[in-house]
Structure formats: structure tokens, C-alpha cells
Design a protein around this ligand. Structure first.
Ligand code: GLY
Length: 354
């Protein structure tokens, strides 16, 4: 059980729902709307229903990244109007990154902004998406391209929800755990390196708390991503382009699988820039590959991937800028990398997987 203070709100990692009830009561909301998808409606909503004393209405949206769209938002805004939501209403986003990002975006724009609580239910959203106030939806194949920075009223993390996840979903979130270790904590790297996802529930709870603390520390220094926060994008410049490319294919990758491939490529670039040693590159590559043995060829689609990277939100004046690691446990940002090095990184990935 832990409480982590963000600037204007608290992140409670807890299962004592009396604390949640006390907080919700203190907000005196005119009504409460819980946004769920078909998974959280079955696996998580019953627990909330049992413990939350206040009445609420729920809205169900379809699960999946392809529904993180303006048309789903329109349906949500229209339902809020139908439910007579006003400026004192409270939205609770009960779900993974899609629900948190989109539910927060809808709350942040409805009537110019109403209060919302993030209740992340996946490992990915618990260790990353729900912390830091990034809210967004996708447009065409561009991920998170329309959105805003806005803090929630509270983040409530019930780590028992991750017991309801599939192995695929757990692995997807775990890529962000690896990222946090690589960019910020050698101690965390030493704890996780060579481990499979065989943590006990107590270990998961501690791991999630430690990762939230890392994420929150970085966000507290730089909420709007003018500088340091960019390090959280390690693995994501190439990873997002891979994820976007395969989004509408017959075999889309999970976010974590794409970011895992992205972290291998960007570790290679870090090595090319003399920021990590050959042996560090090799240790990182083999650990990530052992958990994410996905088979995709990247060098054959390098032109398309580089085109997508050209739209990365970290870019300035059309230059693709990378966040890279400096040794294991430290990182840097705004590194311009030429296309030929990016292509070599994609080839490196293909060679280790062939
Ligand atoms: N997921 C990266 C960030 O929140 O900045």
C-alpha cells in the first residue's frame, strides 16, 4: 500500500476502498459515470460495484486501440449529455491505456473540462499511461496525435486487477518496466534482468509501485515534455512506427511487443552513438528477445517506418530526434540520428531474429 504524490493529485496503490470512498465523497459529484470496455465490465466493474458506496452509471465502449478514435469520443460526449452530466460530474476511467487516454480526453474537453479519476486495470496503464496527465486519441494511423496534458483528480491503482490479464497483456505492459529500468534505474534492471514474468502478487505490487515512482519522478520535473520527460520515449520512436505500421494488418503487435523491438533498435543506436558498450547492447538485446520473440522484418519496410517516425511528436523542424540510453540506468534526449543509422538499427534487429 503506497501513496505517491504528484503535483496536484495523489496516486494511491491500494485495495482499501474506504480511502476511495472517502475521496469520492469529498468531491461531492453531482453524478458518477464509469467508463468500461467489455473486459473491465466483466473483470473489474463487479469489484468497484461491491466497494463504491455512491451510485453510478456506466458506459461501455468496445475494447481495442482502433476504437481510440474521434467517433468513439462523439458517442461518449453524447452519452454524457444524455445522462445530464454537468460541471460537477465525475468520470471514472476503469480500464487500460485506451480507456484512460480517451476517457480522460473526453472528460478534459466536455464542458471545457470535468473531473476524472484514472483507475488503470492493465500493467501498461498502471506503470505508465495513467500517470502523468497525457490524454489523447489516435487519428488515421497516427497514435496519440490529438490530445492534451491534464492531471486527473486521483489515480487509484488496484494491483489485484493484473491477475485478470492474459500473458500477452502482461508482457505488453512489462516492456515499460524494462524501459524504466534502462532509462532511470540500474538497480531495477539488476532486479528484473534474466527474470521471466513469474512474480508473486506481492512482488508485482512492489514492482508496480517502484515503476510508478520512477514515472512520477520524471513527470514531476517536466510535465509538458519540454525536456527530461522525453526520456520516457526511449524505444518509442521506432516502436510507435512499428506499432502504427502493423495496426491495421492481420497480425497487429501489442504496444509492448512493438516497444520491445523499438528498444532493441534504439539500444543499437545508443551503441552507435558510443553511449552504451557492446556488452550492454548484447545483454539488453538478449533479455528483451527472450521475452518478446516476435517475428517481424523491419529493414524491408524501413522507408515506411522512417516516414511514420517523421510525424513523431518529439521532432523539431522535420528532424527525427531520439531519446537514447547512456549506460544502463541513465538516458539522454533530443539526439538527431541520420536515416542510414536508423536503417542499420532495423537491419540489426532483423539479423538477431533471423
Ligand atoms: N508514456 C510516456 C509519457 O507519459 O511521457
Amino acid at each position: 500500500m503506497a501513496t505517491i504524490k504528484a503535483s496536484s493529485y495523489e496516486i494511491l496503490i491500494d485495495e482499501d476502498y474506504a480511502k476511495l470512498n472517502a475521496y469520492v465523497e469529498s468531491l461531492s459529484p453531482s453524478n458518477i459515470i464509469i467508463i468500461v470496455d467489455e473486459n473491465t465490465e466483466v473483470h473489474c466493474l463487479p469489484k468497484i460495484k461491491k466497494h463504491l458506496h455512491q451510485d453510478f452509471l456506466s458506459i461501455k465502449i468496445p475494447a481495442g486501440e482502433k476504437y481510440k478514435s474521434i467517433s468513439t469520443c462523439q458517442g461518449l460526449w453524447e452519452t454524457l449529455i444524455k445522462y445530464n452530466c454537468d460541471r460537477q460530474s465525475l468520470i471514472i476511467n476503469l480500464g487500460g491505456g485506451v480507456i484512460g487516454d480517451m476517457g480522460g480526453f473526453v472528460a478534459g474537453t466536455y464542458m471545457r473540462g470535468i473531473r476524472f479519476i484514472q483507475m488503470p486495470t492493465t500493467l501498461l496503464s498502471q506503470v505508465d499511461a495513467s500517470v502523468g496527465g497525457k490524454l489523447a486519441i489516435d487519428l488515421s494511423s497516427y497514435k496519440n496525435i490529438v490530445g492534451l496534458f491534464l492531471e486527473p483528480s486521483m489515480v487509484w491503482v488496484d494491483t489485484s486487477f493484473i491477475q485478470t490479464l492474459t500473458e500477452l497483456e502482461l508482457r505488453s505492459g512489462y516492456a515499460e518496466v524494462i524501459k524504466h529500468a534502462l532509462i532511470r534505474s540500474k538497480a531495477l534492471w539488476q532486479r528484473i534482468n534474466s527474470r521471466k514474468l513469474d512474480y508473486s502478487s506481492e512482488e508485482w505490487s512492489t514492482l508496480i509501485t517502484d515503476n510508478i515512482a520512477i514515472k512520477n519522478f520524471v513527470v514531476q520535473q517536466d510535465f509538458k515534455e519540454g525536456g527530461l520527460r522525453k526520456v520516457l520515449n526511449f524505444g518509442h520512436t521506432i516502436g510507435h512506427s512499428i506499432e502504427s505500421h502493423f495496426l491495421n494488418s492481420t497480425s497487429p503487435l501489442t504496444h509492448g511487443e512493438a516497444i520491445a523491438a523499438g528498444m532493441i533498435c534504439e539500444s543499437y543506436i545508443s551503441h552507435e552513438q558510443n553511449l552504451i558498450s557492446e556488452s550492454e547492447l548484447s545483454t539488453i538485446t538478449s533479455y528483451i528477445r527472450s521475452l518478446y520473440p516476435i517475428n517481424v522484418r523491419l529493414s524491408t519496410i524501413s522507408t515506411e517506418l522512417i516516414r511514420i517516425m517523421g510525424h513523431d511528436k518529439k521532432n523539431v523542424s522535420g528532424q527525427i530526434l531520439f531519446s537514447l540510453i547512456e549506460g544502463i540506468g541513465d538516458s539522454t534526449y533530443d539526439v538527431h540520428v541520420d536515416d542510414d543509422i536508423i536503417i542499420k538499427a532495423l537491419e540489426y534487429y532483423d539479423n538477431i531474429t533471423s
